[in-house]
Ligand binder design. Structure first.
Ligand code: SAM
Length: 212
């Protein structure tokens, strides 16, 4: 609970996925540590050694930078205008050639590069439910054999679950999304907490899975 509060204390997504909301959210992320879910996924996947990773909804770029530092080639995706310049400004010089950036909504992505590591930190819930299935199939299709997938999804008991533009899953539905993968972590966070605008109920699944 403490970790979750710390992860969200600097930002709010209590409004639809507008540019202003994400700009403010990402601007407040600079000083937080790399998401533990990303670190766990990288540990499972092993050293990057020039292999391909994807950061879906890269935001401030903290996890993109961590993957670059671990030797991954990273494709960073985010719909937020300015993402390209922001990431280029913070990427280390020796990452040149290992960082590609796509400024596009998940719904409009054509294809992801074949990847050995795909991370999506608190970003996939913000796809319209009607578009989620096709997008998810693309994610699974891009994941190579023994590839590692790490995502946060929102559960049906989350306070925001009545927002029709975002997707929420029952635990059974969420587990089913990983049916063809080896499940390494499926943690449920289901508790009252705080966000910028006051109390809310958080219902989040932290998942790490691997393609057989
Ligand atoms: C809550 S932030 C998370 C950012 C970062 N991954 C993290 O863990 O801090 C969600 C990010 O996803 C992006 N995003 C939201 N909806 C999106 C969509 N439909 N397509 C692409 N990016 C989206 C936002 O611009 C924002 O940067």
């Amino acid at each position: 609970m403490v970790r979750r509060a710390a992860e969200w204390k600097n930002g709010s997504v209590e409004s639809h996925a507008g540019t202003k909301v994400w700009r403010e959210y990402n601007a407040a992320q600079a000083d937080r540590p790399v998401r533990p879910l990303c670190l766990d996924a990288m540990a499972l996947a092993g050293p990057g050694q020039g292999r391909q990773a994807v950061d879906l909804g890269c935001g401030a770029g903290k996890e993109t930078l961590a993957m670059l530092a671990a030797g991954w080639r990273v494709h960073a995706v985010d719909s937020l205008p300015g993402t390209r310049n922001r990431l280029r400004a913070i990427a280390p010089a020796d990452a040149d050639g290992r960082l590609s950036i796509e400024v596009r909504t998940f719904q409009d992505l054509r294809a992801l590069p074949p990847s050995d590591l795909i991370f999506a930190g608190y970003s996939l819930p913000f796809i319209h439910p009607d578009r989620f299935g096709r997008f998810w199939a693309g994610v699974l299709g891009a994941l190579g054999s023994r590839g590692v997938l790490a995502v946060n999804l929102f559960g049906d008991r989350d306070s925001w679950a009545d927002i029709p533009e975002w997707n929420f899953h029952t635990e059974a539905q969420a587990r089913q999304l990983f049916a063809e993968l080896e499940l390494h972590k499926f943690e449920v966070y289901d508790a009252d907490g705080q966000s910028f605008r006051g109390p809310k109920h958080w219902h989040i699944y932290d998942v790490i899975a691997r393609k057989p």
